[in-house]
Design a binder for this molecule. Structure first.
Ligand code: DAH
Length: 340
């Protein structure tokens, strides 16, 4: 009987210090298991005299039950404690401020190109497209720039090893359009162009233009001027003052450069307009008869105007970007400043 008491005290003390499941299982096997001393003692009861056997049997069974209950209680307490520890570790501060995920946004070149497209669509234009890798015909020859023509020097060109041309201007889309669609037509072609330039803050090997083409009967410079002025006012969200200067482009006759009154100094002269009061904005002119002929159209029946606008430069003006090379740098710090 005394052994029972000692066994119980020891077992309970040991149970109280079992801190995890393996320790608990170990305790159970040793204290309550079939080969444990308690089971052995129960087996030996039969050797005792009748009177003692009964009492010992009752006590041993009661002890076994108490230990089993103590085991359950300890298991339960440990499980509770494990859950409490877990909850404490996984505690979430629901009031903590959330850093919002950074949403993507359109590139400023895309934003402005789409805005211009919308303006043109509102004036009955289609959006045109053409390949970036062109052939000599579409980039030069059909635009009245034959081999050896001095105008080819105006644009230093990238050629592929197979002799194809990375288009040096979106004017190639004029030819693609005239070959494909019967006039009358109106279209604009925004897109990437390439030139083998000496790179600096205002020259980049890859940049963006928007080409415009209107072909109909009896189109004059007056139509062109009215149209360009309307388009620029819509693009810049303000009234604009423009002027035409004679200029030479092989695919138009007459050819012009269109200047915008400098908005930085309202024409008084400043560093933005190099003291001239005007900003060169686009090239334009009436479609050259040779261009119509190259596209198998009757130059006596059809007339039209075309223009080419430097989209990269327009975006630089609008956002105050001082170096054209930022566009192609892939530097997210640059792009992210212009998002939203
Ligand atoms: N293609 C010319 C350039 O890249 C720009 C240009 C000038 C386009 C006159 C035209 C035009 O359509 O009529 O410099």
């Amino acid at each position: 009987m005394k052994e029972f008491d000692i066994f119980e005290a020891e077992a309970l003390a040991e149970l109280a210090s079992a801190a995890d499941t393996p320790a608990l299982e170990d305790w159970k096997a040793r204290r309550l298991g079939k080969k444990g001393p308690l089971s052995e003692a129960l087996k030996r009861l039969k050797d005792l005299p009748e009177a003692e056997r009964r009492e010992a049997g009752v006590r041993a069974n009661a002890l076994k039950e108490r230990l089993a209950r103590a085991f359950e209680a300890r298991s339960h307490a440990l499980a509770e404690r494990a859950i409490a520890t877990q909850l404490e570790g996984e505690w979430l501060d629901l009031s903590a401020p959330v850093v919002p995920a950074r949403a993507g946004h359109l590139h400023p070149l895309t934003v402005v190109a789409r805005e211009l497209e919308d303006i043109f669509i509102g004036m009955g234009f289609s959006i045109l497209d053409g390949p970036l890798v062109e052939d000599d015909w579409h980039n030069f020859e059909a635009l009245n720039i034959p081999p050896g023509h001095p105008a080819r020097d105006m644009q230093d060109t990238f050629f592929t090893t197979a002799g194809a041309v990375l288009r040096t201007h979106t004017s190639s889309v004029q030819i693609r359009t005239l070959e494909k669609y019967p006039p009358p037509l109106r279209g604009v072609a925004p897109g990437r162009v390439f030139r083998c330039e000496e790179l600096d803050a205002s020259h980049e090997h890859t940049f963006y233009q928007i080409e415009g083409l209107v072909v109909d009967r009896d189109i004059s410079v007056a139509h062109m001027l009215y149209f360009l002025k309307t388009m620029l006012a819509a693009a810049l969200h303000r009234d604009v003052e423009v002027r035409l200067r004679h200029s030479y482009f092989p695919f138009v006759e007459p050819g012009f450069e269109l200047d915008l009154r400098c908005s930085a100094c309202t024409g008084k002269g400043c560093s933005v307009c190099k003291q001239s009061g005007w900003i060169e904005t686009l090239g334009c002119g009436l479609v050259h008869p040779k261009v119509f002929k190259a596209c198998k159209l009757d130059a006596d029946e059809w007339s039209g105007f075309a223009f080419g606008l430097g989209l990269s430069r327009l975006v630089m003006n609008r956002y105050g970007i001082d170096d054209i090379r930022h566009f192609m740098s892939g530097d997210l710090r640059f792009v992210r400043q212009l998002g939203g």
